[in-house]
Design a binder for this molecule. Structure first.
Ligand code: PEP
Ligand code: MG
Length: 316
């Protein structure tokens, strides 16, 4: 598939029978964005802005943020750039954003909750994103959403900075709450992107960072797949697209299931883009849909994996 993949680097990502799947890449820097584009990515589906905020003594200034986001946008040469609002928390502390010690950092002050606790940081970040040129290249994505009220709060901040803003505002689906209320979120969000790393952690109640349980964390668990399926259905009610920007989007065993569930955007690791593009090009939508339904009916993650390996083998 690799040679096939490189040959397709300049083309849109489509299934064998022509269904359009946007293939984006997760980036942390302009260098990542350049690799992503060279590998055939059609944009950045998750800019990890936390990398700019960690390991420093003061918050990055508005100008620093503008320069950083602009560098990524320029490296993408006009392709869409989905900027995730700051996603740090008790497990990834920054000295200038003191978070009191927490017994359960995964359930504490993290993601957009930090932005609400430090409104000046949230406002500066949104202002910086809105300053990137050309206008319209950047979209804003909110991490760790647990309900529509949080999305409304972010929209209000955005409106306060730029009344009538037309910037696209999407949510990450990382909590079971967001997945099962996807229809409510989709009514007010421009897109939904599933963070399967956190969604798996919260669905299975297993800490990503805890070595004693992390081995059992499997995004192909039927519970996670059912939440992904519910998310797509909820987003469809309001004609919004659902993407995946968690690790499953880079996993060749998972991608046929995701596409079969109706996910239409994948944001993979830059290095994985050629392989995922070739894999999507080998898929037939009817077969992917049937495969996804069979996966939803499996009893365990191990059964889903066995099924996915068989499907992969049959694709050749
Ligand atoms: C996720 O949770 O799947 C995700 C993309 O975000 P992070 O891995 O940064 O938490
Ligand atoms: Mg996450």
């Amino acid at each position: 598939r690799r040679a096939d993949a490189l040959a397709r680097a300049g083309e849109d990502c489509r299934t064998r029978d022509g269904t359009r799947i946007e293939l984006f890449a997760n980036c942390g820097s302009a260098d990542d964005a350049r690799v992503a584009v060279a590998n055939g990515a059609e944009g950045c589906g998750l800019l990890r802005t936390e990398l700019l905020f960690l390991e420093r003594d003061t918050a990055p200034s508005l100008d620093e943020q503008v320069a950083d986001y602009q560098a990524v946008a320029t490296a993408l040469d006009g392709r869409p750039l989905i900027v995730r609002l700051l996603d740090i928390g008790g497990d990834k502390p920054a000295p200038y954003l003191p978070i009191p010690p927490e017994e359960n950092p995964a359930l504490g002050l993290r993601g957009i909750r930090v932005g609400f606790a430090h409104p000046e940081i949230l406002e500066d970040q949104i202002r910086a994103i809105l300053s990137v040129e050309p206008v319209g290249q950047c979209r804003i994505m909110v991490p760790m959403i647990a309900g529509v009220d949080e999305l409304r709060r972010v929209r209000a901040v955005l409106e306060g900075i730029e009344a009538g803003s037309r910037v696209q505002l999407g949510v990450m689906v990382e909590t079971p709450a967001a997945a099962v209320t996807a229809d409510l979120l989709a009514r007010e969000a421009d897109f939904l992107s599933i963070g399967t790393n956190d969604l798996t952690q919260y669905a299975l109640a297993m800490d990503r960072g805890n070595a004693s349980v992390a081995g059992a964390l499997d995004g192909l668990h039927p519970a996670v797949l059912r939440l992904i399926g519910e998310t797509v259905k909820g987003a469809d009610v309001h004609g919004r697209w659902t993407g995946v920007c968690g690790g499953l989007a880079s996993d060749p065993l998972a991608v046929p299931i995701l596409v079969g569930l109706g996910v239409t955007e994948l944001s993979a690791a830059p290095a994985a883009v050629p392989e995922i593009k070739a894999l999507v090009a080998a898929l037939d939508m009817a077969a992917a849909r049937a495969h996804a339904q069979a996966a939803l009916a499996c009893a365990t993650a191990a059964e889903v994996r066995a099924l996915a390996r068989k499907f992969e083998g049959e694709l050749g």
